[in-house]
Design a protein around this ligand. Structure first.
Ligand code: F3S
Length: 755
């Protein structure tokens, strides 16, 4: 049902020839990451070596995974492509839209009632276009992918930044925006800058209180939240092979927290064990036939400095348990006295109110069993738990098995709340307070990946610390942030001093995994008859209408906003409460550019309506222009559109009638997203021309009818007093992208080609 063994065998079938050829063109032994990348070139067998960190390369990913929040717009767009089915195996996972409040049963029921419209939409679109659908409660996307779809040597993309989790099973798995996923679903190539490579050599062996989580918390400390940018992190060494597959998943998962493109590990026995335990012996057998291609060439790991751009070495035997935070995942502190000192100096509350275990990062059977071994000691040693416990199992398979094996009952005896197999508190879907903005200062510890302000519960005063599940359990029992389980004693209910023993657990369930209802819906073989229902008056979903081409005449366009300084995709399309409109373009467009600072008054969401002279919010003023059929121009500073790859930041301005975005420089993904939506994304040839733009300006494009690669465009800027400046604009459109512009969008072109 779930995985496609023929597809996997197909990937392995080309591996030897392509990797051997790649070794020849590159001229030296290859890392695992390079082997996977060169085996997934869109053009097939490699003919040249790519420059890391420089060349843009077209790839052919094997799979796509989407979560419910991002899938909405991705699938609405895919519906525009006019294809009967997705071109590569794709799954949708309902995990983000489920709030954690009272416990799994009630919370799931509530989510199914408040978000039924979105879930029904995703289910019917999936059924129609051959997409596997994982129902609400089936599990968290990345755990489900690891258990069902990830395979050594594969390449996947997913519309969620923690798609990288699948590196734990030896994949190159990368988080992307919906627009990229739609391209691949529609049968197009996927472009990526050939990544740089960071090697992390793990020597020694994890033991005692130290867990895989501590490895990535240490790497985050070393590399910081930006240190992995543009790179694949490849782990190797005896410490890597000695670790469980799900532990490797944890490490790869949090590669997102250091900005890495992805992380991966070479195929080893732990992966083989995991594949067999999750009912995929045929994948393990197939992988065994190409084993030497599923890890780096031996010379690479023997002399890593010669082959990686950067090498880090960590001795796991010397690594101790860490606690990272608050407010950033790279601020790491050793447990115990070091934490006491820092917490007192920084006024972090030492009392811990919650210990949360789960999320896509740490919700495997092994994680739950090790945390439960600590929880069991609280029961055996008559300790009263000081903080509350919340548990989010990663999948129904993990939950069912952990329940069968008595693991969840251990937590329940400590009055833990078992939340739905879903993201819950990890994505702010935690109804902890009725008024989070005014909630008190407090500390929590969790085994999740992100701990930015407000991330878990919406309370800016919650200090969230990240730790392994076993340390989270220990700290929750002790109720103190600076509790060191290796040395500190606790007083039990009888007034006796007791210590917690080291955690123990099971890499894999001794009696095997089991599940009754895994929550998966296989799509129809022929979904052509499926009717996708989106109500006309829906607040949350709206079918898309193809964008009209802007055309080769663009004159009389008004300045909408000249953005000052940083303008990220969050400034262009805010998240937070707007998330609920992710599937409704017109509704979410009401947040367009409301975070951008107007260069003329330094205010946000306060721009001049040139038609009336009045000032108003950006979306309102833009809608006023649209009502009169007037196109507009957005002007911006450097690195415009940095941040997430969300396509809404391009679709919303396009929907409202912005025709061109002219900036000093673009964040590349946003620039591509503008091109895909059939807009003009242009840069000032002379960046000082930004200063020429005035509040009442009108733009006349003089040579748009000659739009061609490597040819500047000219725009006449007419100021309020009638004076004019004629300026040159650069662009990076190639022929194919100009064709997108001419058709109105990339999807319009795909549809035309399919017709
Ligand atoms: Fe969900 Fe948190 Fe992972 S939001 S996908 S559990 S990072």
């Amino acid at each position: 049902m779930a995985f496609d063994i023929d597809m996997i065998k197909g990937v392995y079938a080309t591996m030897a020839e392509r990797v051997d050829k790649a070794r020849e063109v590159v001229g030296k032994p290859l890392t695992l990451s390079e082997k996977i990348l060169y085996n997934h070139l869109w053009d097939g067998t490699p003919t040249k070596a790519f420059v890391r960190g420089k060349d843009y390369v077209d790839f052919a990913p094997d799979r796509i995974a989407c979560q419910d929040a991002t899938a909405q717009m991705a699938l609405l767009q895919f519906m525009q492509a006019g294809k009967p089915k997705v071109a590569v195996p794709t799954t949708v996972h309902c995990d983000h839209l489920i709030q954690a409040k009272e416990g799994a049963e009630k919370d799931l029921k509530h989510a199914n009632s408040v978000s039924s419209e979105v879930f029904d939409f995703l289910e019917s679109v999936s059924n129609k276009y051959g997409i596997g659908f994982w129902k609400p409660g089936a599990g968290i996307i990345h755990q489900v992918v690891l258990e069902n779809y990830a395979f050594p040597g594969g390449m996947m993309i997913g519309t969620d930044s923690h798609t990288v989790n699948a590196g734990g099973l030896g994949m190159v798995a990368i988080g992307v925006g919906g627009a990229d996923a739609v391209d691949v679903m529609a049968g197009m190539a996927w472009e990526l800058k050939f990544p740089k490579l960071i090697g992390v050599k793990l020597t020694g062996k994890l033991s005692g209180w130290t867990a895989p989580k501590d490895v990535i918390l240490k790497v985050a400390e070393i590399l910081t939240v930006k240190g992995g940018t543009g790179a694949i992190v490849e782990y190797f060494g005896p410490g890597a092979t000695a670790m469980s597959c799900t532990g490797k998943g944890t490490i790869c998962n949090m590669g997102a927290e250091i900005g890495a493109t992805t992380s991966t590990f070479g195929y080893d026995e732990s992966m083989e064990r995991y594949l067999r335990a999750t009912d995929r012996s045929d994948v393990a057998d197939a992988a065994n036939t190409v084993k030497e291609y599923l890890t780096a060439d031996p010379e690479v790991y023997a002399n890593p400095e010669q082959y990686f751009d950067q090498v880090i070495e960590i001795n796991l035997s010397e690594l101790g348990p860490l606690l990272n935070g608050p407010f950033t995942p790279d601020l790491s502190t050793e447990v115990g006295a070091a934490m006491t000192e820092k917490a007192v100096a920084n006024e972090w509350p030492l009392k811990v109110e919650w210990g949360l275990i789960g999320s896509c990062t740490n919700s495997s059977y092994e994680d739950l069993s090790r945390a439960a071994s600590i929880a069991q000691q609280a029961l055996d040693k008559n300790l009263k738990t000081k903080a509350e416990f919340g548990i989010n199992p990663g999948s129904e398979q993990v939950r069912y098995t952990a329940d069968r094996d008595g693991i969840l009952q251990v937590f329940e005896k400590l009055d833990a709340t078992i939340f739905t197999n879903a993201c819950g508190p990890c994505i702010g879907q935690w109804a902890r307070y009725s008024d989070p903005k005014n909630a008190p200062k407090n500390s929590i510890v969790h085994s999740f990946n992100r701990n930015f302000a407000k991330r878990a519960d919406g309370n800016p005063n919650t200090h969230a610390f990240v730790a392994s599940p076993e340390l989270t359990a220990a700290i929750a029992i002790a109720g103190r942030l600076d509790f060191n389980p290796l040395t500190d004693k606790l007083i039990n209910e009888n007034g006796e001093e007791v210590m917690l023993d080291e955690p123990t657990g099971w890499e894999l369930p001794p009696k095997g995994f089991e599940v009754k209802e895994n929550g998966y819906l296989e799509p129809l073989a022929d979904g052509s008859g499926v009717n996708v229902v989106v109500k006309d008056d829906s607040e949350r979903l709206q079918l898309l209408t193809p964008f009209e081409p802007i055309g080769d005449t663009l004159t009389g366009a008004k300045l909408l906003i000249k953005a000052f300084g940083k303008c990220t995709t969050d400034h262009i399309s805010m998240a937070g409460p707007w998330l609920r409109f992710r599937g409704h373009l017109d509704n979410i467009a009401n947040n367009t550019l409301i975070g951008a600072v107007n260069a003329f008054n330094q205010k946000t969401n306060f721009v001049k309506n040139q038609l009336t002279g009045d000032y108003g919010g950006v979306p309102d003023v833009q809608r006023a222009y649209k009502a009169k059929g007037i196109k507009t121009v957005v002007v911006g500073d450097h690195n415009y559109g940095e941040g997430s790859s969300r396509e809404h930041a391009a679709m919303q301005p396009r929907h409202l009638g912005v025709a061109a975005v002219i900036v000093k420089s673009f964040a590349r993904i946003h620039e591509t997203n503008l091109k895909k939506q059939g807009m003009l994304g242009l840069t000032f040839a002379n960046e000082n021309d930004y200063d020429l733009i005035e509040e009442d300006d009108t733009f006349n494009f003089l040579d748009l009818n000659e739009f061609a690669p490597d040819k500047q465009l000219t725009v006449e800027v007419v100021h309020a007093n009638g004076s004019k400046d004629t300026i040159k604009l650069n662009h990076t459109y190639n022929d194919a992208q100009i064709a997108w512009y001419k058709e109105g969008s990339a999807l319009n072109l795909i549809k035309k080609q399919n017709a």
